[in-house]
Design a protein around this ligand. Structure first.
Ligand code: SAH
Length: 401
């Protein structure tokens, strides 16, 4: 076994069970190791710190499997972690057939994402360590009762940094249909696991879709009419369909992608929703919001769930301006008593900064707003307490006064 020896002082984060070793923390390797090999991470004075997967080309030089010296990282260990992850998600299947069953570091399988859509698993191997155990992982997943196949969507940019080529192919079993139908809180969605974003669907927004559905239902109970809502960056209609299921009367959904909008419309049809209640608009949200304001439009609910504006800390200022712009213009469209659900999935922007940006938008809008709730990803995307970097999705529910 090769030792990966850290520079003096660099053991501190690992002693606090943070699972990443950066290249700058490494003193030396005692022997040979190729990417994907398990190494023994030690402090400068030779104390055991962790078992980790080595990745020779990545600035994330090693990702920890375990901080327990007595453990042996082998096929059986991997199998145990997968089974533990599956058990932790079991209760969610009562509500939905779209669940993230493995979420990397939080499940002690750094770099591995596995989503279940109906009878298929979709995998993303984003690090050399899990890549080396690919067959073991596939075998264990394939043994889950009811599973027809595993589709691999290992096309994330992180693979390049790990020296791994992109791979999009059937890994085991049967080819999935062009669109897998999933049902979440009573709403049907088609998921294109080959070409859709991430593994095909924003599973992480489940609780917030449910909130949207509830807000639409409560609005109707309170006012006797269905709400008028605006869903910006709608993609395949996640929030739009939840709102229609909750009894919204009119949902305008905006996205720049014609393909996403076509799929969203198909998803609405899948649920038998009244065509006249859903409008699918192909436009740039920044421009759309400005024009809607000039036209004097108002909505009982506005949702802003944009793509990642900041891909790294270097882009944080520009991203903050973009978030402020859409939130300022979004806020201005909300009727008094109505809500804004606003999100950011930029990992580089933390919760505090996001909240400050939104507060700035509220001030500039000259509106009064309450913060009702902080929002985030669902229980199948747990956050490891020792690795706050795992928190990427954050949101706020504001009620306009
Ligand atoms: N809210 C969605 C996920 C949003 S993904 C859900 O819950 O499923 C981001 C979406 O924003 C993509 O569909 C992309 O096509 C769209 N998009 C990116 N930039 C845009 C822009 N400037 N105007 C409109 N849509 C944009």
């Amino acid at each position: 076994m090769t030792d990966l020896i850290l520079k003096k002082g660099k053991e501190r984060s690992l002693l606090r069970r943070h699972p990443w070793v950066y290249d700058t923390a490494v003193q030396k390797l005692t022997g040979k190791a190729v990417s994907g090999d398990t190494v023994r991470v030690c402090s400068y004075d030779g104390r055991f710190l962790a078992w980790a997967a080595y990745s020779k080309d990545s600035t994330l030089r090693a990702r920890c499997w375990s901080f327990d010296e007595s453990e042996q990282i082998d096929a059986l260990w991997i199998e145990k972690k997968i089974k533990k992850a599956l058990i932790a998600r079991q209760s969610l299947f009562a509500r939905t057939s779209a669940v993230r069953v493995i979420f990397g570091e939080a499940d002690q399988l750094p770099g591995l994402v596995v989503d279940r859509y109906g009878d298929w698993f979709v995998t993303q191997f984003q690090a050399a360590g899990v890549e080396a155990f690919r067959d073991v992982i596939a075998d264990v997943l394939m043994s889950v009762p009811g599973i027809k196949g595993i589709f691999d969507r290992s096309d994330a940019a992180t693979r390049h940094r790990e020296g791994l080529a992109e791979r999009v192919e059937l890994l085991r079993g049967q080819e999935p249909p062009q669109e897998i139908e999933v049902v979440e809180d009573g709403v049907r969605y088609g998921v294109d696991v080959r070409k859709g974003h991430k593994t095909g669907f924003y599973i992480d927004q489940r609780e917030n879709r449910f909130l949207a559905q509830r807000l639409a239902r409560e609005f109707k109970a309170r006012t006797g009419r269905g709400m008028r809502a605006l869903n910006c960056f709608c993609y395949t209609g996640g929030f739009s369909l939840a709102l229609l299921a909750g009894g919204a009367d009119e949902v305008i959904s905006v996205d720049s992608s014609a393909e996403a909008l076509a799929m969203a419309a198909r998803n609405a049809a899948r649920n038998g929703f009244d065509d006249s209640k859903a409008k699918w608009v192909q436009a740039d949200v920044f421009e759309y919001l400005r024009k809607a304001r000039e036209a004097g439009e108002t909505f009982d609910l506005v949702i802003l769930d944009p793509p990642k504006f900041a891909s790294s800390h270097r882009h944080i200022d520009r991203a903050a301006r973009a978030y402020k712009d859409i939130n300022l213009n979004g806020l201005r469209l909300v009727t008094p008593g109505g809500d804004l659900l606003t999100f950011s999935c930029s990992g580089a922007m933390d919760v505090d900064l996001f909240q400050k940006v939104i507060a700035g938008a509220v001030i500039d809008s000259k509106r009064e707003a309450w913060m009702i709730a902080r929002l985030g990803a669902g229980a199948d995307h747990p956050l490891m307490m020792t690795c706050p970097e795992g928190e990427y999705l954050k949101g706020l529910q504001l009620t306009l006064r």
